[in-house]
Design a protein around this ligand. Structure first.
Ligand SMILES: Cc1ncc(COP(=O)(O)O)c(C=O)c1O
Length: 264
């Protein structure tokens, strides 16, 4: 990922620095509309701009989501091997970690990971805790797993039947090999969307994830009204501590460049 960020991103950041007023800023309506329009264009997924809120990062969104939808002591389901911060969320949110490991398969010379639905089902409500949230990585890091529509529908079905919220980290959704197509799990069906918080960010695709903690993108979460009503802590950026919100400024600026980057 050691490539230069695209020109539109650099241009807005240069402009912002030249402007010189580096004070506080909050996500704008335009930013929310940009995100909603991008979801519509990429996936035919209709998202209300009001459902789009900003967080300081996707990883920060994991714990915010868990706090919003789970009660203390409930289970948090994950699919190892997975991006290491997933392993820490149960600790920071006071939850029990439940694991449904992906299964390694060999197909000729190709290795791939897949979901074993018996394992997934058995992990639900395991270790004496009722599962409150499934923290999903779609596409999956580090296995590179792209889920089929069938996989997603089966996962969502198990979650809905067991009253489990889904928090879907889709940060890699726009970095795919070949002709593969990303499907946001929430885009499958309005009932699934009602139970899902989707975390996306342009920072991976547009390579400004390491500008420093304050200079990155705003990271976006999309959640249904049902989830927002359920937890006042989830209603808007007020879920984010004040000092974090102040740091959104550069990130929001960098997002302005996103809408000028070509869709690929
Ligand atoms: C799956 C996944 N989620 C989240 C992140 C990091 O997101 P953020 O920097 O916005 O917290 C990464 C970074 O490598 C990642 O691989």
């Amino acid at each position: 990922m050691d490539f230069a960020a695209p020109e539109p991103i650099r241009a807005v950041l240069y402009h912002f620095v030249e402007h010189g007023v580096l004070g506080y800023e909050f996500p704008t309506r335009e930013l929310r509309e940009t995100v909603a329009a991008r979801m519509q264009t990429l996936y035919g997924w209709q998202v209300s701009p009001d459902a789009v809120v900003a967080t300081p990062g996707v990883v920060a969104g994991f714990t915010l989501a868990a706090n919003a939808v789970c009660a203390a002591g409930q289970g948090l389901l994950i699919q190892p091997p997975v991006y290491p911060p997933f392993l820490k969320v149960n600790g920071s949110a006071g939850l029990v970690r439940q694991e449904a490991p992906l299964v390694l398969e060999t197909d000729g010379n190709t290795l791939r990971y897949s979901v074993d639905f018996d394992i997934f089902q058995k992990a639900v409500h395991s270790d004496g805790a009722k599962t409150g949230m499934f923290l999903f990585c779609n596409p999956h890091n580090p296995t590179g797993q792209i889920y089929t529509k069938d996989d997603l529908a089966r996962i969502a079905d198990i979650c809905l039947k067991n009253n489990i919220f889904i928090c879907s980290d889709e940060i890699h959704s726009e970095i795919l090999l070949g002709g593969t197509q990303h499907i946001p799990i929430a885009a499958l069906d309005p009932e699934i969307a009602d139970h899902t918080i989707t975390l996306i960010a342009p920072s991976k695709l547009l390579i400004f994830q390491a500008c420093s903690a304050d200079l990155r993108s705003s990271q976006i979460r999309i959640c249904s009204n049902a989830i927002r009503r359920r937890s006042s802590a989830w209603q808007c950026t007020s879920a984010v501590p004040d000092w974090w919100r102040r740091k959104l400024h550069f990130r929001v600026r960098a997002m302005d460049g996103w809408q000028h980057c070509d869709l690929i």
